[in-house]
Design a protein. Structure first.
Ligand SMILES: [Fe+2]
Ligand SMILES: [Fe+2]
Lengths: 338, 160
């Protein structure tokens, strides 16, 4: 495997996807079995097993020596301590709290301490002060894909809401302030929008159906709790575009909690933040045995953590929550089967 | 006697209690008019609104955090379970004491006087977001407020 520099890695675009289009033979059906999280499918095309790590939702404030700085540092140190190191790190959005350039800059400086390359998508907290201008300056394109050891990785910006600010005459600060509230009463539902849907359709057009796919978005690609934007409004269209694949692993930030779902060929998992955990919304969980325990408000590290995902040769994935404290029930601690 | 009486200052409360007692012995109390009822409801809603603002604007803390960061829609404040023994308080305490604990510890702020208007507003917001939830002393649960599936800007999203 040729190694790539961080710069090359960050510059990878859809062009590379053609490389996987010719490999692999057609097999009629994937084997499947009951995993911890329900039905986790294997894929027929064999990949070179590898591990990648994930961090998300640092919510850094423009305040010196804020406790959340230390938690992101801790996540970075944890990943740097992995032996062997993961192949790369994905970051699932909400680096900053109020979209300020100073917050994003601070976040980038901490993430740059990672010993391996990393790739980032935006969250709503990164975006709505200047509509992504600073974020793009620091992290590049918000929509991307690349191939790694036989797996096709996709990252998308899922936090785009229809304009609620122009008519209301809101300043950028007011717009950001509204979006900062999880339960914002008039921000509306967000999604990826038609341009990214088109991009996605093109991106996967020439990729064979037996290619393993991992997709990273800030919000879940299923309808969990719209009130808190625990949803992506065009998730049904995304799932339709990805339906041809034998198996897709979807990973999302934003929920600050352990949550799992499985819809058709897509298994989906939520992540721990490095800032604060969120309570479960008042709806039934699709896999109620896969959740974290109640948090001790006196332990600021409770419910926080980093993550490692191991992908086996048959694309069976295991998501390990690397919690900072000791909160996870035994079944979740063993890892979620993706 | 209506609940509003208790919203005013101590001296006034004392005299109005006396007046109310006199009135009760002298004659049957007039039924509450719809206009009065609406005024009282609006007064409560004003307190809820104030509580909503305090819950979200971060002014109670010093590190930028607001209650809403960790308790969206008032969730996991579980007002229907108080008073109860709470480990961090180390005793059987009240919702208001726990609100103060969260101001002081995760938000590094200054606790509110327990009987202040701001504290009453915080409590009003917490209980209003849990309206209709059954009182359940010390119940071990993390309640997620009253589910909101639709509202301005929040139509029920497309199916699974
Ligand atoms: Fe977040
Ligand atoms: Fe978010």
């Amino acid at each position: 495997m040729k190694t790539i520099s961080r710069r090359q890695f960050l510059g990878i675009t859809t062009k590379m996807t053609a490389a996987t289009a010719f490999a692999g033979t057609f097999a009629p059906s994937a084997t499947s079995f009951f995993g911890l999280g329900g039905i986790a499918h294997a894929a027929t095309k064999k990949i070179t097993p590898f591990t990648f790590a994930i961090l998300t939702d640092a919510h850094l404030y423009d305040i010196k020596d804020h406790k959340f700085d230390a938690f992101l540092e801790k996540g970075v140190a944890d990943i740097n301590s992995m032996n062997p190191l993961p192949d790369f790190v994905l970051y699932a959005g909400d680096i900053g709290q109020s979209g300020k350039d100073s917050e994003l800059k601070k976040g980038k400086a901490i993430l740059d301490k990672l010993k391996v390359k990393y790739r980032v998508i935006p969250g709503e907290h990164d975006w709505y002060l200047d509509m992504g201008k600073s974020w793009k300056g620091h992290f590049g394109n918000e929509t991307w894909s690349f191939d790694h050891k036989g797996v096709h990785f996709i990252g998308m910006n899922s936090i785009l809401v229809p304009d609620f600010w122009t008519m209301a005459g809101l300043t950028p600060e007011e717009r950001m302030g509204r979006m900062e509230e999880l339960e914002c009463h008039n921000c509306g539902l967000w999604g990826v929008g038609s341009a990214q849907l088109e991009w996605l359709a093109k991106d996967v057009k020439n990729i064979s159906r037996d290619t393993p796919v991992v997709i990273l978005t800030h919000s879940p690609l299923w309808n969990y709790y719209p009130r808190w934007n625990f949803q992506t409004v065009d998730a049904p269209e995304i799932r339709e575009i990805l339906r041809k694949f034998e198996k897709v692993i979807a990973i999302h930030g934003h929920v600050h909690q352990v949550v799992y779902n499985q819809i058709g060929n897509i298994s989906s998992a939520g992540l721990l933040s490095t800032s604060w955990p969120w309570p479960y919304p008042p709806v039934e969980l699709p896999y109620p045995h896969l959740k974290m325990n109640r948090v001790d408000p006196g332990n600021f590290e409770d419910g926080l953590g980093s993550h490692a995902v191991n992908l086996a040769a048959d694309f069976m994935g295991t998501l390990n929550y690397r919690e900072f404290a000791h909160l996870l029930p035994e079944n979740v601690r063993r890892g979620l089967k993706l | 006697m209506n609940g509003k009486t208790f919203g005013i200052k101590a001296g006034v409360i004392a005299s109005s209690v006396v007046l109310a007692l006199l009135a009760a012995t002298a004659q049957a109390k007039e039924p509450r008019t719809p206009v009065q009822a609406e005024d009282e409801w609006n007064a409560l809603m004003a307190a809820v609104k104030k509580g909503d603002d305090l819950w979200h604007n971060g002014k109670l803390g010093t590190n930028g955090l607001a209650c809403g960061n960790c308790h969206p829609d008032g969730s996991a404040s579980n007002p229907h379970t108080w008073p109860k023994f709470q480990t961090n308080l180390g005793k059987v305490g009240t919702l208001r004491e726990m609100i103060n604990w969260c101001i002081a510890v995760p938000m590094q702020g200054k606790p509110l006087p327990l009987d202040s208007d701001d504290m009453i507003a915080m409590e009003a917001y917490a209980t209003y977001t849990h309206r209709g939830v059954a009182i359940a002393p010390a119940k071990d649960e993390q309640h997620g407020a009253v589910p909101v599936v639709s509202g301005p800007g929040y139509p029920t999203a497309g199916g699974h």
